[in-house]
Design a protein around this ligand. Structure first.
Ligand code: PLP
Length: 396
């Protein structure tokens, strides 16, 4: 990579978000260009042969590599403090690519019960067809992870804070457990992003992103990434990706790349608003309980503040009146969006029990404490007073 880029490695997150990874073309453009091209041309047959063998490092075909995608990868790697990054078409294809690149029939995964619904489906129902089994354990009880380990355990997988209850997993503690077992700790960092949490610094082996969430931050495109050491990401995940094909489109890479420029600013501001909303909700008479890691009332507040820079922008709360009260609150809003997506600058409101967590069994939902009165809020960038007024109506 260019000399300018290497120099950005010493800069802080906000600076890297704006600067890292850019390689200017001969036209000396200021903003990063989009290379919407599926293939690249060569000067000669010999150069083409060298390109295809991978020896020259030349761009060949955008399923393998593309300059816009490469800029996104470099920038995110700088932000996470990772040696290497491969971009994927979505968050789920990042998780699928990691599993298929690193596992074989007979291998075992230990996974938090509180991960994204599609991750539960992938590990719980699709991978078993290929001989890979998963044991689901509590995100917060390290001893349960230890007990679930087998000789064949290759991956430990978690998200922290969890969705929608914002439970915090102890990344450093679980990294030690993984290491002792000869397994890799994989952390899905979609909720905190490197603006608030750097799992690799805490001992995790790999970081997964759904770039669809905060990295884009404006709800426009799908994307994902896998980050970690070169010997895993470049040597194992990338060869799978370039063959199997869930690659990130250059257009989406460009959109997310521009999203990274405002990542720190957005996440910090949204986090500050979420803290204010959480403290306000805690005082509302119709609210039984608020789940937000930035509140001192959160059972793992101390751990959250140790491994995160702030509480994040997602919170949930339990209404005293159950499902009726939850739906009434949601239906009385005029400003916030009723949608399952999160991580947007637009605030979104969800009733997890009947939407994002609607497909899992009532028992599993009860185990995850996703009750009928629970409402999830992904706090955006609107004025906090407007958000309070929007919710106050339905809480009255
Ligand atoms: C949304 C999400 C995913 C899946 O990402 P897609 O881009 O929708 O495929 C994975 N993990 C977490 C934590 C998510 O929020």
């Amino acid at each position: 990579m260019a000399e300018k880029d290497r120099k950005t490695k010493r800069y802080r997150v906000a600076t890297q978000g704006v600067r890292a990874g850019q390689v200017r073309t001969q036209f000396r453009e200021h903003s990063e260009p989009i290379f919407l091209t599926s293939s690249f041309v060569f000067e000669s047959a010999e150069q083409a042969a060298a390109g295809f063998s991978g020896d020259s490092g030349d761009y060949v075909y955008s399923r393998f590599t593309n300059p816009t995608v490469a800029t996104f990868q470099e920038r995110l790697a700088a932000l996470e403090g990772a040696e290497a990054c491969v971009a994927t078409a979505s968050g789920m294809s990042a998780i699928l690519s990691t599993a298929l690149a690193l596992l074989r029939s007979g291998d075992h995964i230990v996974c938090s019960t509180a991960v994204f619904g599609a991750t539960v489906q992938l590990f719980g129902t699709i991978l078993p067809r290929f001989g890979v089994e998963t044991t689901f354990v509590s995100p917060t009880r390290n001893e349960d992870w230890k007990k679930a380990l087998r000789k064949t355990t290759k991956l430990l997988f978690l998200e922290t804070p969890s969705n929608p209850l914002t439970e915090i997993s102890d990344i450093a503690g679980l990294a030690r457990i993984a290491k002792a077992a000869g397994a890799l700790l994989v952390v899905d960092n979609a909720f905190c992003t490197p603006a608030l949490q750097k799992p690799l610094e805490l001992g995790a082996d790999l970081v997964i992103h759904s770039a669809t969430k905060y990295l884009d931050g404006q709800g426009r495109v799908l994307g994902g990434a896998v980050l970690g050491p070169r010997k895993i990401v470049t040597d194992q995940v990338f060869p799978f990706l370039r063959t199997a094909g869930p690659s990130l489109s250059p257009f989406n890479a460009w959109v997310i790349l521009k999203g990274l420029e405002t990542l720190e600013l957005r996440v910090r501001a949204q986090s500050a608003s979420a803290l204010e909303m959480a403290a306000w909700l805690e005082k509302q008479p119709g609210v039984a309980r608020v789940f937000y890691p930035g509140l001192p009332s959160h059972p793992q507040h101390a751990l959250a503040m140790k491994q995160q820079q702030a509480g994040g922008a997602v919170l949930s709360f339990e209404l005293k009146g159950g499902k009726k009260a939850a739906w009434r609150l949601i239906d009385s809003t005029e400003l916030v969006s009723i949608t399952g997506n999160l991580g947007d600058v637009k605030t979104t409101i969800t009733h997890p029990a009947s939407t994002t967590h609607g497909r899992i069994s009532a028992e599993a939902r009860a185990a995850a404490v996703v009750t009928d009165g629970l409402v999830r809020l992904s706090v955006g960038l609107e004025a906090v007073e407007d958000l309070k007024e929007d919710l106050a109506r339905g809480l009255a």
